[in-house]
Design a protein. Sequence first.
Length: 232
Amino acid sequence: MDTQALIDMISKSKKTTPVEVMIRGDMKEIDFKDLKFFGNEEFGTVFGDWDIVKQMLDQNKKKIYDHHIKSDRRNSAIPLLDTKNLNCRIEPGAIIRDTAEIGRNCVIMMGAVINLGAVIGDNTMIDMNVVVGGRVLIGKHCHIGAGAVLAGVIEPPSAQPVTIGDNVMIGANAVVLEGVSIGNNAVIAAGSVVTSDVPDDMVAAGVPAKIIKKRDEKTNSKTVFVDSLRQL
């Protein structure tokens, strides 16, 4: 999706504040219209948008003896991606927003954040606490190291997305700024800040990152991917 399409989607979407409310009271006398209720006549759990739930709670104060509200967002524009049918491994705590595309046999580790319109190719591993910004394009069979940040480009809309080629290794805590293209088989050293393009088969390091050599056998030996980790 291009930037303007994402902006339109966010601005025009119905903003929601979904909540989960555990309640105890006289359930048989309460109308749960427009809400989902799971329970019995004495206690249960209600799911729905906060405005409707609050109205139900206010209208039934004498019938509800106690309640507890769980909420994790406010006026949210875009839901999370439905990951149930993806052919990949996604660990607890990963946040993947709808419109992101996740390829086959990818691994998304704990705490990773994948934003709107991002595309991740087959067999790529997104390690712990990685931030994949809006519209970032990542190729096949890559490893994005823990804590790395690939800058998104929802705003300003004129910015170009980060593009990562195939078989790329990006080290832990590296940062790739918007508009940067990293070529196939490239390696970005841990902690680097990449502000300009890196060609195919090159190794870059530093702040700002500079090309230090062409990928060689020594580099290959230190950047081996374990494909068994990507198998389901």
